[in-house]
Design a protein around this ligand. Structure first.
Ligand code: RI2
Length: 320
């Protein structure tokens, strides 16, 4: 089944990157709405609900995933017929995918304006939102150079340097721990985000916090490129973003770690960069200081408080 396959690919990181997994989940729900044998309202709602849960459970940190699923399934419970419910899921999924691509286009345009002719930019991991800005700056004729980190343990840096190379951008490939050594050659840091909390903290690939800390200490600006659906509405009601920790075998081969009986390999995939190490967040709704995260959550996502109040009134909220 397409949903199970998509969920497996997201879990194994064959499909990866916060924006891509969000679009893949929307696509899987659209496909499911068309293909599920459920042909009455109640079983359709149940089927789509189950598919939504399967998809959301794949990667706990990327809020883009749960936001995408939320957007696509919004109104499903209120539908009065099977046809209305099916049509709703299909059109909202299509709309989400389209708006995600449009958001990337706007972010590239806004972000590129912050890159000056002659700038050297450091990027960490592989973010299509961040790379969009860099590539757009190059496309508009600015002479730029990039430093890209390797990104242990999954080496997403390789995808980044291939993309930059294909775009014809002069690129330096460095190990993660070399950031401090090169920071004085850098004019600007540009990274993506997996989640942004209400206090403007950015959850992104492990190592981002070190990069941002190093950059701030060296007076280098740190910009984050993120679609509005990467902001985490439920942080408004105190929910904490869970940091995914993946299998230790991604870091150290099992045959080696098995022999080291006193050693545990820890493999957190993301870390949290506090807002004081971030200068600006480039969204499709505009370029904002991280302190404005609450506005984005309230005006562009809108749920969190509302849902909490709804649940609270019906006695199912945490506040019970
Ligand atoms: P875009 C990735 O997560 C990286 O942390 C990257 O910075 C972030 O998603 C955002 O990527 P992973 O899937 O949505 O590699 O900008 O763990 O492509």
């Amino acid at each position: 089944m397409f949903v199970t396959e998509t969920a497996e690919k997201i879990k194994s990181m064959e499909i990866r990157g916060a924006g891509r997994i969000a679009r893949a989940a929307a696509e899987a729900l659209r496909h499911h709405a068309l293909e599920t044998p459920a042909r009455d309202l109640i079983s359709f709602q149940r089927e789509v609900g189950r598919a939504a849960q399967t998809l959301v459970a794949t990667r706990p940190t990327a809020v883009s995933l749960s936001n995408a699923v939320h957007i696509v399934t919004e109104g499903l419970e209120q539908a009065v017929s099977y046809e209305e419910a099916q049509e709703g899921v299909i059109s909202r999924a299509g709309q989400f995918i389209r708006s995600s691509h449009e958001a990337l286009g706007k972010i590239a345009m806004f972000g590129a304006r912050h890159i000056r002719d002659g700038d050297t930019i450091l990027t960490h991991c592989n973010s299509e939102a961040a790379l969009g800005c860099i590539i757009e700056a190059h496309r508009s004729g600015k002479e730029i150079e990039v430093f890209a980190t390797e990104v242990r343990p999954r080496n997403q840096g390789l995808i980044t340097i291939r993309t930059l190379n294909d775009a014809g951008i002069k690129t330096n490939f460095i190990v993660d721990s070399a950031v401090r050594s090169f920071i004085h050659e850098i004019d600007l840091v540009f990274v993506g985000a997996d989640a942004i909390t209400v206090n403007g903290a950015v959850v992104n690939k492990i190592g981002t916090a070190q990069v941002a800390h190093t950059a701030t200490e060296a007076r280098v600006n740190v910009l984050v490129a993120a679609e509005t659906y990467k902001f985490a509405p439920r942080t408004i009601i105190g929910e904490i973003i869970r940091i995914e920790e993946r299998d230790g075998s991604e870091v150290l081969a099992d045959e080696i770690s098995r022999a080291l009986t006193h050693v545990t390999v820890r493999n957190p995939v993301f870390d949290v960069t506090p807002s004081e190490f971030i200068d600006l967040i480039v969204t499709e709704a505009g370029v904002i200081p991280p302190q404005m995260a609450y506005i984005i959550i309230k005006d562009y996502l809108g749920w969190g408080i509302e849902e909490f109040n709804k649940n609270f009134e019906t006695g199912t909220g945490n506040g019970e």
